[in-house]
Write a protein that binds this ligand. Structure first.
Ligand SMILES: Cc1ncc(COP(=O)(O)O)c(C=O)c1O
Length: 400
């Protein structure tokens, strides 16, 4: 999809990159990243390295579940206008917290902003975990809270997915009850990353009804806006019933603001106060105004949702016609069963300048593919045919 506003987006983004001076990922960083090895940060290296815009642009970026279209004009205009606050500490912020509260029918005291929802997932970890408190969650799921548990020098109690790759709700309940005294909180990603499968409304109710009633539950709804399945619903109403439920949302996906860093959680006032004490990040002026505009631009979000679903369905259909099944996904990504180890395949894609998702153990024969533009998806399809048709011929020759 070529959105008409793409030129002005480029201009804004190019200008912002020039202002920042450097981009700090090299192609080898990107390669490592695609393999699941986080790039060494400039601070760790003690040196800033650059990657040219041309190198960056050469990749089809299907590895991080981003929004490939960039923010719509309404959001870019709001952020551009907010540039006049760049030199200030105190400035009007568009009432972003109130706007989010109104959007969900909650009070501002129920909302905590973060520099991306990733910051807030860390904050939940810092609030509820310690050396004696663990997190319970599915395996695989979004790994950030589990990594945070390791940083805090505790552990995750991981419950394997079911055979159809849905989350095992009775298993999560049983694990939490069994380890009750040593559990700090339960993490549930809905829809789940990396599979894209949802937890249904009924399953969510069962989970929350059957868990010990004082057990904090972090429900990560990063991909909420892409869901089409009527059996899914947001869990925000549970937070308002006074249950210890924390709902995380991000502007990185549907709102295309990943690089600008804005997310929030909705929870009871009491939990918000508790969590705020552990916050370290700050949200910048530009994205506060961008976030307000994004909440209002539902038309462009509906457009992004539709084109994403159409391209996902097409990709899944095409792969099926080649004999490769995908897991039914409700996200802006999907997983295809490639029937062979994923790591070398990730490398093969990279050689063809297509970045795809990292390995998600124990699903090491599944490849996660983010939905990009139509032309990026065509590059993925071409690369897939090359990699898999070539391999089939080699396999046939060797008699395998
Ligand atoms: C499930 C999930 N939660 C949270 C995040 C973090 O998003 P951000 O920190 O950009 O808001 C991601 C990013 O990919 C994600 O997949």
């Amino acid at each position: 999809m070529d959105l008409p506003s793409q030129v002005s987006r480029r201009r804004f983004i190019g200008g912002a990159a020039a202002t920042a001076g450097v981009l700090t990922l090299t192609p080898s960083d990107l390669a490592l990243w695609a393999q699941g090895v986080p790039p060494v940060s400039p601070a760790q290296q003690g040196v800033r390295r650059t990657v040219s815009e041309a190198e960056w642009d050469s990749f089809a970026k299907l590895s991080s579940n981003e929004n490939c279209y960039g923010p719509p004009d309404s959001v870019i205009q709001a952020m551009t206008k907010a540039m006049k606050y760049a030199n200030r500490y105190g400035y009007p912020d568009g009432d972003i917290t109130q706007e989010i509260a109104d959007h969900h029918g909650v009070k501002p005291e129920n909302v905590l902003l973060g520099a991306g929802s990733g910051e807030l997932l860390d904050v939940v970890g810092l609030t509820f975990l310690d050396a004696n408190k663990k997190v319970v969650g599915s395996d695989p799921s979004y790994g950030s809270v589990y990594q945070q548990a390791t940083t805090i020098k505790t552990e995750a109690i991981k419950v394997p997915l079911l055979d159809d790759f849905r989350q095992d709700i009775p298993g999560l309940i049983a694990a939490t009850k069994k380890h009750y005294r040593e559990v700090g909180f339960v993490y549930l990603c809905n829809p789940n990353n990396p599979t894209g499968r949802i937890v249904t409304k009924r399953e969510m109710k069962r989970l929350l009804d059957e868990l010990p009633e004082d057990m904090p539950v972090l429900i990560d709804e990063a991909y909420h806006h892409f869901v089409d399945d009527d059996d899914y619903a947001t869990s925000i109403p549970y937070a308002l019933e006074g249950r210890p439920v924390i709902i995380a949302r991000t502007f990185s996906k549907i709102a295309a603001l990943a690089g600008m860093r804005l997310g929030y959680v909705v929870a009871s006032r009491e939990l918000v106060v508790k969590m705020r004490a552990h916050q370290t990040g700050t949200v910048n002026a530009l994205v506060k105004w961008g976030g307000v505009a994004a909440l209002k631009d539902t038309a462009s979000q509906a457009q992004v949702k539709q084109v994403t679903i159409d391209l996902r369905q097409k990709a899944v259909r095409d792969l099926k016609s080649l004999g490769y099944e995908s897991i039914p996904s409700e996200g802006n990504f999907f997983m295809v069963h490639i029937k062979r180890p994923v790591q070398p395949v990730i490398e093969e894609f990279r050689k063809r300048t297509v970045l795809v998702g990292r390995p998600f153990p124990p699903m090491l024969e599944h490849l996660r593919v983010s939905i990009g533009t139509e032309s990026e998806m065509a590059r993925f399809a071409t690369a897939f045919r090359e990699i898999f048709t070539g391999a089939a011929a080699a396999g046939a020759k060797s008699g395998r």
